[in-house]
Design a binder for this molecule. Structure first.
Ligand SMILES: NC(=O)c1ccc[n+]([C@@H]2O[C@H](COP(=O)([O-])OP(=O)(O)OC[C@H]3O[C@@H](n4cnc5c(N)ncnc54)[C@H](O)[C@@H]3O)[C@@H](O)[C@H]2O)c1
Length: 445
């Protein structure tokens, strides 16, 4: 058999696995089209691979997408597959394949199959990311995405179009030194096909303004942003960064539900940054690479957050054990200093330079990388997906498993009694804030 044909059929199955929603029968059709002739044995292998991967019939679009991917990636000449659309004009065929190729870029949510096999169906370089609100945080996120080579195309949307254009231009000039992404400014319509849309837009606190009044104004901003995004990118994962991030994520999920978006596709950066700060400080204390320090900060992204000392480990040892092995004591005063530096970091940075953005920008890029590449990462994002009585109905940060479909699971930690009480307190602070916001909204004329 023609080796090209063999590869094409195998890759139909693999691509289908990556797309995650391709019907076996459509993939069979796609295999036939891509091969230019039927091949039952290879096509049935493709179907068997699909079945093993656990994908059932879902959508014709996905089937066509698989086809477009095969045609595009495999290089089986478009003309050959296009000839099956025999009633279409050449121009129509080209349009169909162009649009399918864009769909491949937009829809492929993960590369589970690709990673397993080292195939060239990597989604890196195929994905579009939207960022709504490109002030300090939004633009630092775009910069981090370019520096890490996450995604293929970034669209910046902001009320201030000139700012968005200037940021896009500036970041584009870093591309030759980093990774081949394109960064542009656009309107909501340009978010079409985005796999992930970050929301970092919002208004800042006015002098004398209460936290609740600020919340109400940011709720109004989200009431406009979330539908505008979902009208153009209905399949995207929303990643909320705007503060107070737990409450804004809760609101985003509520507004997104009106568009049929499940809570698994709406997440906030939560305490990802606080967790990184905790690990960085422990790493510095023990002189260990922070990537080899495991520990979590959970709860509200704010004053009531909980630093889970009891579960922190290095090399599988708890901190007391590791301190003894390394003969590096971790005194109560050291702990208090680390706690203060984690909890008060944002205040200290804002006092010094007005805003925090590099750390959160890197955290955003890391979360998006986990989503686009289906990394199955454990991150302390915040989400309404909970399996914990203490946080039922509250959008709060705790370890979650993150992958191509968004939030895959909540992983509750085994907390010590004092930590559990602190987590419940943090949870009730967030619950109260949501309730007071809802009450204030009901009272509004
Ligand atoms: N979650 C975290 O860990 C974390 C960390 C740092 C900052 N933040 C939060 O991120 C948010 C952004 O911070 P920043 O420093 O970039 O602020 P910024 O003022 O520099 O940027 C906000 C941007 O949002 C835009 N904007 C406002 N309303 C909009 C709308 N309706 N549509 C589109 N764009 C709109 C503004 O034009 C502005 O460019 C803040 O809420 C901040 O508190 C969160």
């Amino acid at each position: 058999m023609d080796p090209d044909a063999v590869r094409a059929t195998d890759e139909v199955a693999e691509l289908a696995g990556i797309v995650g929603a391709v019907a076996a029968d459509l993939a069979l059709g796609a295999a036939r089209l891509a091969l230019g002739r039927p091949d039952e044995r290879r096509a049935s292998l493709a179907c068997a691979a699909l079945t093993r991967a656990g994908f059932g019939a879902r959508s014709t679009l996905a089937g066509h997408t698989a086809l477009a991917g095969v045609v595009r990636v495999h290089g089986i000449v478009i003309r050959r597959a296009a000839s099956d659309f025999s009633n279409d004009s050449e121009k129509q065929k080209t349009q169909v394949f162009d649009s399918h190729t864009r769909e491949v870029a937009a829809l492929v949510p993960g590369r589970r199959g690709a990673e397993a096999s080292g195939s060239r169906f990597a989604v890196r370089g195929c994905m579009k990311i939207g960022i709504v609100g490109c002030g300090m945080v939004g633009s630092a996120s775009a910069f981090a995405l370019v520096m890490h080579g996450v995604g293929r195309e970034i669209v910046l949307v902001d009320l201030d179009r000139k700012r968005a254009e200037a940021e896009a231009n500036d970041i584009n000039h870093a591309v030759p030194f980093a990774h081949p992404l394109t960064v542009s400014a656009g309107d909501y319509a340009e978010l079409a096909g985005a796999g992930v849309v970050v929301i970092a837009g919002g208004v800042a606190q006015r002098p004398g303004e209460t936290r609740l009044a600020l919340l109400q104004r940011n709720a109004d901003v989200f009431r406009q942003i979330v539908p505008s995004v979902l009208r153009h990118a209905p399949g995207c994962i929303l990643l909320v960064v705007t503060n107070p991030v737990d409450i804004m994520t809760h609101l985003a999920a509520r507004f997104a539900a009106d568009f049929g978006v499940p809570p698994t596709r709406v997440l906030g950066s939560g305490t990802t940054l606080d967790t990184a700060r905790f690990r960085a400080l422990l790493g510095r204390h023990f002189d260990v690479d922070a990537r080899h320090v495991h520990g979590y900060v959970i709860g509200e992204h704010g004053d009531s957050e909980v630093i889970v000392w009891s579960q922190a480990t290095i090399a599988g040892l708890n901190l007391e054990e590791f301190a003894a092995v390394r003969r590096t004591p971790l005194t109560l005063a050291d702990r208090a200093q680390i706690d203060e530096n984690v909890r008060r970091a944002a205040y200290q940075i804002i006092a010094g330079k007005g805003a925090t953005y590099y750390g959160i920008g890197s955290a955003v890029a890391h979360i998006i990388d986990a989503l686009l590449h289906d990394r199955r990462a454990v991150l302390t994002i915040c989400s309404g997906v909970s399996g914990m009585a203490a946080a039922e109905g509250v959008t709060i940060a705790q370890p979650h498993l993150i992958g191509g479909a968004g939030v895959l699971a909540t992983i509750p930690l085994t907390l010590e009694p004092a930590e559990q009480r602190a987590f419940e307190r943090s949870s009730s602070i967030l619950r109260d804030a949501i309730q007071s916001l809802e009450l204030a909204e009901q009272r509004r004329p």
